[in-house]
Design a protein around this ligand. Structure first.
Ligand SMILES: *Cc1c(COP(=O)(O)O)cnc(C)c1O
Length: 403
């Protein structure tokens, strides 16, 4: 390590530890990256669920959970399923993605996005990211389509691979919105459906419209580390009554309604959310407004604390987006990319659970051979972003002036 690099690293690590110390105050160390919180009616609803005996595939909490989700997001329909990955897979399915197709996804995402495409028998086609939103770069995507794609009778064809391009999956990183307006125009131009991976974006909106309701379908996750949890769970949002019917059918073994007969009309999935998980979810959703307030207070505290730092800065919501700030993200200043792991070691040693971004998908062995654009921004972001402790509980005590 050169002397300059060495002092830059010390400086970035010191500044970040200083920020973490001031923002998290007297929180007990180690301070976790994200913990769930069960301070509402969780025990009551789960106990009620157990008392009724309806813990599994039938029961009122699933319906209630789906109704609450529709109300919160403004989607006409919400279909609860067993996890976010399964939700993505069936969402792609009902949008017409078939084995042998290609699906455009950002290289910078959680592995579930690319896995779900693969579970459909399709191939992910990786697209670069955008500096501001961290989401898929619409300019890079438009350029890519112009270079390799043509419209024909079967839809959009990738001339280089001979495969059909069947859908676009934007992902809203940490609850910050992609440019859905520009993406919507591009998708319409090419006749491609949008499946929104809004797994991290419950409570986030763009121009007042909830994320996950901009595309034909949108997907949420209720994994244990998400803003609202059902233990494990997911949902698909859509405004289309046909897609909603199809999604319900496909995720519940395609069983035809009958009092005693077991008749199924296609090969389908057992992806329904158990009622006991939905009971937990109903109680969690009641807490969402309070979670969101505290998350945004915490983000404001990080922003205030990093404002005068020379080596680190806070990633903030894009213009027009009201973000849930699911995970707060700190970016190392230019030149800091090579220091990321040393800074992570210092913050974790100091008792703050910090994490890097995901390894970009094209750098994982199973996706290394997939088609892709140039990915300079995704690689740079992955090398320079650090997630810092973001539990809602931390936002309860911070002293900020909310603008
Ligand atoms: C959490 C997450 C999912 C879904 O995850 P599950 O654990 O299957 O619920 C999908 N995409 C992204 C970007 C996520 O963060």
């Amino acid at each position: 390590m050169t002397l300059q690099k060495d002092s830059l690293m010390t400086c970035a690590a010191e500044q970040l530890v200083g920020v973490l110390t001031s923002v998290t105050g007297d929180a007990k160390r180690p301070v976790a990256l994200h913990v769930p919180e069960f301070s509402g009616r969780e025990w009551e609803y789960v106990k009620d669920c157990l008392d009724t005996g309806w813990v599994s595939s039938v029961g009122g909490y699933v319906d209630g959970f789906e109704r609450q989700l529709a109300e919160i997001t403004g989607a006409r329909h919400a279909i609860a399923v067993v996890n976010g990955t399964a939700a993505l897979q069936v969402a792609l399915n009902v949008c017409g993605v078939q084995a042998g197709d290609e699906v455009l996804v950002p290289a910078l995402t959680f592995v579930a996005t690319a896995n779900a495409v693969t579970h459909c028998g399709a191939v992910p086609h990786f697209v670069d990211s955008e500096e501001g939103s961290l989401g898929i770069c619409v300019t890079a995507l438009a350029h890519r389509l112009r270079m390799v794609a043509e419209r024909g009778a079967q839809g959009v064809l990738n001339r280089e691979t001979g495969r059909r391009i069947a859908a676009i999956v934007p992902m809203h990183v940490f609850g910050h919105a992609c440019d859905m307006v520009a993406l919507g125009e591009l998708a319409a131009e090419w006749g491609l459906p949008i499946v929104e991976d809004a797994a991290e974006a419950l409570g986030s909106s763009l121009h007042g419209r909830h994320l996950g309701t901009w595309g034909q379908v949108g997907v949420l996750s209720f994994n244990g580390n998400k803003l609202v949890t059902t233990g494990g769970g997911g949902a698909v949002l859509t405004d289309s009554p046909e897609l909603a019917r199809r999604l319900k059918h496909l995720t519940t073994t395609a069983k035809l309604p009958h009092r005693w007969e077991f008749v199924h009309d296609e090969v389908a999935y057992n992806y329904r959310l158990p009622n006991i998980n939905a009971a937990l979810g109903c109680a969690q959703l009641e807490r969402l407004p309070d979670f969101l307030t505290r998350k945004r207070r915490l983000a404001q505290a990080y922003l205030d604390a990093t404002r005068d730092c020379s080596t680190i800065s806070m990633i903030t919501e894009p213009v027009g987006c009201h973000s849930n700030y699911w995970l707060n993200a700190i970016r190392l200043a230019e030149g800091g990319e090579t220091l990321r792991d040393a800074v992570l070691a210092a913050t974790n040693d100091a008792g703050f659970q910090c994490r890097p971004l995901w390894r970009p998908m094209h750098q994982l062995p199973m996706f290394a051979a997939c088609p892709r654009t140039e990915l300079p921004v995704a690689e740079r972001l992955a090398a320079s972003i650090i997630n810092v402790p973001s539990s809602a509980v931390l936002g309860a005590k911070v002293n900020v002036d909310l603008r």
